[in-house]
Design a protein around this ligand. Structure first.
Ligand code: SAH
Length: 231
């Protein structure tokens, strides 16, 4: 398995990571907590060994199934907007590499993450680093449906682009809860980051932030088996 080769976190990696954190702080991330968590999470462990030299550049990188591990700045930006408290119950849509998932888990929140690609779900579910986090539950499924059994959530994070706010997910947000979601602009190639605060059972407040580029949130599940998991 690819990950086994790269499980260690060396001083070299730590040094590169520190520089990356300084870069995203200089780009406007002020939240000290997210900066210190991202300074501690070894991003290179979530990346294929062929791309590992780019792990600490401020870039999105390809992962399996033609998906991407989000840009570190984007991870910090979305996490900052979620305003996480310890013990929050968080629903994440789009596990992908699992990097953002571990950043959320490092807050000691309870994290429920859904991925529609079986290959990505399988890969993250067996990642050795995940064993250190007992506060993460992984699901293979269609994020548009959310997780009714575990709802309501204090926070909902969508890490893929949507045309409109998914209604079923809004219903799974607690009153007082926050959803962070990138919504397509008219040209559909970029998304505006929205923070939606559920004020009551029927009232929502929407705030709009900067523009980003995400892969699309797709309906339904996608099966498959990773070559990395076959020994
Ligand atoms: N946070 C991840 C981002 C991955 S990109 C990371 O940094 O690694 C977005 C992910 O959303 C992809 O893995 C994609 O497969 C997944 N996705 C897209 N539509 C989905 C859906 N309906 N339900 C669950 N996951 C979905």
């Amino acid at each position: 398995m690819n990950f086994m080769l790269t499980e260690e976190d060396s001083y070299w990696h730590k040094g590169l990571r520190k520089k990356l954190i300084e870069t995203i702080a200089a780009k406007g991330i002020k939240d000290e907590k997210v900066l210190s968590i991202m300074n501690a999470v070894p991003r290179h462990l979530f990346i294929d060994s062929a791309l590992i030299k780019y792990a600490y550049e401020n870039k999105a990188l390809p992962i399996e199934c033609e998906q991407t591990i989000s840009h570190p700045f984007t991870v910090a930006y979305q996490t900052q907007l979620l305003d996480i408290s310890k013990d929050d119950k968080i629903l994440e849509i789009g596990t992908g590499s699992g990097y953002q998932t571990i950043v959320l888990a490092a807050y000691k929140a309870m994290v429920f993450t859904i991925e529609r690609q079986k290959i990505l779900y399988d890969k993250f579910s067996v990642m050795p680093l995940l064993k250190k986090y007992h506060n993460v539950k992984c699901f293979y499924g269609d994020g548009y449906k959310g997780l009714k059994t575990y709802a309501p959530f204090d926070k909902i994070l969508i890490t893929a682009a949507v045309p409109t706010v998914p209604q079923q997910l809004l219903e799974q947000l607690k009153p007082g809860g926050i959803m962070v979601v990138p919504i397509n602009t008219a040209n559909k190639t970029t998304q505006e980051m929205k923070k939606i605060i559920r004020l009551s059972a029927t009232q929502f407040k929407v705030e709009t932030f900067d523009q980003f580029q995400f892969v699309p949130m797709l309906e339904g599940k996608k099966s498959g088996t990773s070559k990395h998991l076959i020994q």
